[in-house]
Design a protein around this ligand. Structure first.
Ligand code: KIV
Length: 263
């Protein structure tokens, strides 16, 4: 049976907008029911089914192999766990190359259960953003380091170091704001510039690796939990060591099987 399309919860979007400059916005990624439910019950404002699932769930090197089907599968896994938090989903690589395609992809994600979609880029994707918004689908912007462009960029680099780059980012943020996005992710941007973008935009900014002066912060859940020990971004301070705890529990389980009398 097809799941009904989720009705938009404008109260969640209103409370997100109301936090600008007043209360920090919290955002974390989730890719499955259990994690999404824990985040929702813990009171996180935004749950992002990020295309970082390419790396965190599938072990890919970057996000460029993630497809719309992979995204809808994980949005469906998170939808029933999400009541209080706003469920946002990424439009994956090359799924929003023009207005028509971007609207089709956004509709697929909404049908799967997303309450808003996010896409990477500034003024270059403004037409796509306006088209999705005109279909009443809330949109999050994402500027700075764009993980879907990592191959073209030659790595994960800090953005906004030169005047030209900083001016372009300010212009991108203005265009997204003018288009009417619900929030703007600022990834790996020089912190003084992230602060300035936060000052000039109406939409809340949500930083990742962009300093403390954004309206909120987002992290990949595995980086917060220490559950992906093979790579840890320098800006993410893990608050748990789930990888070590898991190894310990598994070793104990295996040892107790070989020596049941000692358990
Ligand atoms: O895919 C993702 O996880 C993101 C981030 C902003 C964390 O886009």
């Amino acid at each position: 049976m097809t799941q009904p399309t989720r009705t938009f919860r404008n109260d969640k979007l209103r409370s997100l907008a109301a936090k600008k400059g007043i209360e920090p916005v919290s955002a974390l990624t989730a890719y499955d029911y259990a994690v999404a439910r824990i985040l929702d019950e813990a009171g996180v404002d935004i749950i992002l089914v990020g295309d970082s699932l390419g790396m965190m769930v599938f072990g890919h090197k970057d996000t460029t192999q993630v497809t719309v089907n992979m995204m809808t599968h994980h949005v469906k896994a998170c939808r029933d766990a999400t009541t209080r938090s706003l469920l946002v989903a990424d439009l994956p690589y090359q799924s929003y190359q023009d207005e028509k395609q971007s609207l089709e992809t956004a509709r697929e994600l909404v049908k799967a259960g997303a309450e808003a979609v996010k896409l990477e880029g500034g003024k270059a994707v403004a037409p796509q953003i306006k088209t999705i918004l005109s279909a009443n689908i809330p949109v999050f912007g994402h500027i700075g380091m764009l993980p879907q462009q990592v191959k073209q960029e030659g790595g994960y680099k800090k953005k906004g170091k030169t005047d030209i780059e900083a001016e372009a980012l300010v212009e991108d943020a203005r265009q997204l704001d003018k288009a009417g996005v619900s929030a703007i992710i600022l990834e790996n941007i020089v912190s003084s510039l992230a602060k300035e973008i936060t000052r000039i935009t109406n939409a809340p900014t949500i930083g990742i690796g962009s300093g403390k002066d954004c309206d909120g912060q987002i992290l990949v859940i595995n980086d917060l939990l220490g559950s992906y020990p093979w790579f840890r971004p320098p800006f993410a301070e893990p608050k748990a060591d789930v990888a070590s705890e898991t190894t310990k529990a598994v070793k104990q389980f295996v040892a107790e099987l070989s020596n049941p009398t000692r358990s």
